[in-house]
Design a protein around this ligand. Sequence first.
Ligand SMILES: [Zn+2]
Length: 210
Amino acid sequence: MTPQTVNAVNLPLQNALNFPAAILQPPLFDPLAPAASNYGAIGSIIGHEISHTFDSEGSTFDSKGRVRNWWTPADLAHFQAATQKLAAQYDTYKPFPDLSVNGKQTLAENIADVGGVGAAYDGYQASLADKPAPTLDGFSGDQQFFIAFGQNWGQKVREAALRQQVLTDPHAPAKYRAVTVRNIDAWYAAFGVQPGDKLYLPPSDRVRLW
Ligand SMILES: [Zn+2]
């Protein structure tokens, strides 16, 4: 990737991560922004890339970049059950009445999204070192974190382009990437999300991989 590219990538053969300079800029990373929004925005993206090492493809590479099964049978069984549940969750999203997101096609990216935002949230909590989170404009630290994460996925797209993406892209459309917070318990507490709310998932349907 060139320095001007706003993207990031995990390179399993090199066991490496690549974050070009252009992604380490506002609004994704701002040294002057509150920690909550930096963890929610670039932190979730860094977590996403690290998680690719343990997604449905990266999990088949070992620490030296060799294709080798290094999982215990119990871990592999949990991973396969949890990822099947995540694929089924994404199958339920319908950008158009005649076209659903393909949970299998987008599985690796959806694993990285839920792992990434979960790890970034844990990192944010650790950064507070048990001190209360600063509020901003009436928003709690956790609310700032999840708002910044959601703002990563603002998108304007034509119908034809969105249809092509749903059919061919390994990433789910942006709005469905944002709502992976449905799998994160802290998001429910942050915004008081209750049974009956549109995005509510019962705890047993929330997918937690790690
Ligand atoms: Zn990815």
